[in-house]
Design a protein around this ligand. Structure first.
Ligand code: SF4
Ligand code: SF4
Length: 662
């Protein structure tokens, strides 16, 4: 169809386009390589399988938080894939007269029908996304976002130029194109009897070029826009973290030059790849308790500001225009951003492309605390209390086990022959309200005939809160002492009543143990909800019925970070009360506001996070709010008191409810 001179021009344009598409990818690859090494190469087959299935089934997009929008992406994605074949067919039909990728029979007719169908579906998808963005304007999206407008325009142009080209050629390939319903419509109503054959032949050429140049323009634009996620999305999913996402890797304090993240090159390559993968969908922001309570933290902006820095400072560094990178804090990120994160992990849970926000935020805190000595002033006392007395309140460390004397509970030093070590924790040892959880767990253990002991004054804070607040040094000091105590008493199983201790022992102590060469970690760690559930299942405890209606607040470090959703609910079912779920529950639970060490900082900006969560609990109409974390319990009780609802509704730990029903 094309003349020789047109073919020469086409090859030239094709070569330029290929180079134009390759160049930004090469740049992005170089920028990502500025990051620190990180091993994400284990389980290669699983990674490839997950990447492909996420891409083809759009598992990433069709998540429970935006199901309809996810389905609309199907139209765009599959339309995109179908149009890749259309482009190949289009090019070859230009080079060879009467060419058709699928011949000239029934297969081609079916193909023509499918292409037209997807063309219409893509247009429906584009209209849906335009209405959503420009009429409904959800808060989570970025405005004015010219990139989105340009992509909508490109999609519209690609489809419409193809449909017109198809309509003009229908006259030529009338037999094959009879199922091309959209092209036929255009032919019948706009072209037939209105244009003579000479004009149609010219228009076939014009629209052939028009369509292919639009496709090339689209291909050139994608790697230069946020729609780069079409390529980076599946790759980033392929490199996802298969461990619980809240795990922090230990810093090698003896050898590290930098503690945490101070400047751009302190991020890992995966952190930097996250920046180019972000779809800017704002799901993370929608579910972030800090964003929802009007704090200046948006996990989406954490990622987008990283991208901006990469495209400015990163490129300048590569081009040797600058020698030193500027510190990220107070240039790119603010104190109010990094110190309002509760480390709840909701952002990572809902991100469709497996971006990891939390390690970045904690890394920034680490550099502030360990290298600059900068942190919210109220943490001075907190850190000092832990350093001197191994608990956040600074109560004499030697009194840690005093509560147990009245209960005649033996320490492991007094009786080493035990099945399980009861880790009481700082709250369970010193906080009057949390002590009731400890007593309830003890009642349950005694009823079930479990032999257990405590560490008494040898128990130290697990270090979780100090760690999330960036004080890795303090965490490692505490953890090392605790690990040595466990080894001294040959502990094989630890029962923990606080999800923070549970998460830290189960997931983070083993990594530290390995790093510090303390030895293999071979201790089983269980949370009391798991333990109680097993006791009920094995018939070791029997429960009386309660008539009260109950809702359940999933603690972030038990649920989202460690996937313990089932056991608490099964225990509540065993209590036989009327169980009512909150609006945000399970993996989409809303934080109480205490995590990430924020229990010990003042919430000075925006609404109080615990008020938002307490309102959700009150709205269920339940008489009891149950939970399984002493910090969540405090935040919810405070919420009820501050809302004058503490007479209508009570907060109890699941252990307390079980102990009452024994
Ligand atoms: S971890 Fe929670 S508080 Fe922190 S940025 Fe993510 S969603 Fe927000
Ligand atoms: S980080 Fe993930 S959830 Fe947040 S805007 Fe980007 S793609 Fe969406």
């Amino acid at each position: 169809m094309l003349s020789i001179s047109e073919i020469i021009i086409f090859i030239f344009v094709l070569t330029l386009t290929a180079y134009g598409v390759f160049k930004p990818f090469k740049l992005k690859y170089k920028l990502i390589r500025l990051g620190k090494p990180e091993n994400r190469y284990d389980r290669p087959l699983k990674r490839i399988k997950d990447a492909i299935s996420s891409f083809l089934l759009l598992k990433c997009s069709v998540k429970r938080e935006r199901i309809f929008t996810g389905f609309m992406h199907f139209f765009i994605l599959y339309g995109f894939l179908v149009f890749l074949t259309v482009t190949i067919n289009h090019i070859l039909s230009g080079l060879k007269n009467n060419f058709s990728l699928f011949g000239h029979g029934i297969v081609n007719s079916i193909y023509s029908f499918a292409v037209d169908l997807f063309a219409i579906l893509v247009l429906i998808g584009v209209v849906y996304f335009m209405i959503r963005r420009y009429i409904f304007k959800p808060k989570s999206l970025t405005y004015p976002s010219p990139e989105s407008a340009i992509i909508y325009l490109f999609l519209f142009m690609v489809i419409s130029t193809f449909l017109f080209y198809e309509a003009f050629t229908i006259n030529v390939f009338s037999e094959n194109s009879k199922w091309a319903f959209a092209g036929n419509l255009l032919w019948n109503y706009l072209i037939k009897n209105k244009l003579d054959i000479q004009n149609i032949k010219i228009l076939i050429h014009v629209f052939w070029w028009f369509h292919i140049l639009t496709v090339f323009g689209f291909a050139l634009y994608i790697p230069r826009s946020k729609h780069l996620h079409i390529v980076f999305g599946p790759i980033n999913i392929g490199f996802k973290n298969y461990n619980p996402k809240g795990i922090l890797k230990p810093i090698d304090i003896e050898r590290a030059d930098v503690f945490g993240i101070e400047k751009l090159t302190d991020f890992t390559w995966k952190d930097l790849m996250d920046a180019f993968t972000c779809v800017e969908c704002g799901r993370c922001q929608d579910y972030c308790p800090a964003s929802r309570s009007e704090k200046p933290l948006s996990p989406k902006e954490i990622i987008l500001n990283l991208k901006k820095t990469l495209l400015n400072d990163g490129i300048a560094l590569l081009n040797q225009e600058i020698k030193e990178l500027k510190p990220l804090m107070n240039n790119i990120y603010s104190d109010d951003e990094i110190w309002t994160c509760t480390s709840c992990g909701a952002c990572m849970q809902v991100c469709p492309v497996e971006n990891e926000h939390l390690p970045k935020i904690i890394g920034l805190r680490q550099s502030q605390v360990l290298m600059e000595g900068k942190f919210p002033s109220e943490l001075n006392q907190f850190f000092r209390n832990i350093e001197t007395n191994s608990n956040p309140w600074g109560i004499g460390f030697s009194t840690r086990g005093d509560w147990a004397k009245d209960y005649k509970i033996k320490t492991v030093a007094e009786n080493p022959n035990i099945d399980v070590l009861l880790w009481v924790g700082c709250a369970g040892s010193f906080d009057e309200r949390a002590k009731k959880i400890t007593f309830s767990v003890i009642k349950i253990l005694n009823t079930a005939g479990i032999s257990f002991g405590i560490l008494g004054k040898e128990e130290k804070c697990c270090g979780d809160q100090a760690r999330r607040l960036g004080n890795e040094y303090l965490f490692q000091t505490l953890a090392q002492e605790n690990i040595e105590t466990f080894k001294k008493y040959n502990i094989k199983k630890i029962l923990v009543t606080c999800p923070h201790g549970y998460h830290t022992f189960k997931n983070e102590y083993p990594l530290l143990s390995k790093l510090l060469n303390i030895g293999e970690w071979d201790i089983e760690v269980v949370h009391h909800t798991e333990f109680i559930f097993d006791l009920i299942r094995e018939g070791k405890i029997k429960l009386k019925r309660t008539e009260r209606s109950i809702t359940y607040h999933d603690p972030c470090y038990l649920g989202r970070h460690n996937s313990i959703f089932k056991q608490p609910r099964l225990i509540l079912n065993a209590l036989n009360g009327e169980f009512i779920e909150m609006k945000n529950c399970g993996s989409h639970s809303f934080c109480c506001g205490a995590g990430g060490g924020l229990m010990w900082t003042e919430e000075k900006i925006g609404k109080r996070i615990n008020h938002i969560r307490t309102e959700e609990a009150i709205n269920t109409g339940a008489e009891l709010i149950s939970t399984a974390c002493p910090f969540c319990l405090t935040m919810l009780e405070d919420g009820l008191k501050e809302k004058n609802k503490d007479n209508e509704c009570k907060v109890k730990d699941i252990a307390e409810l079980v102990a009452e029903c024994l």
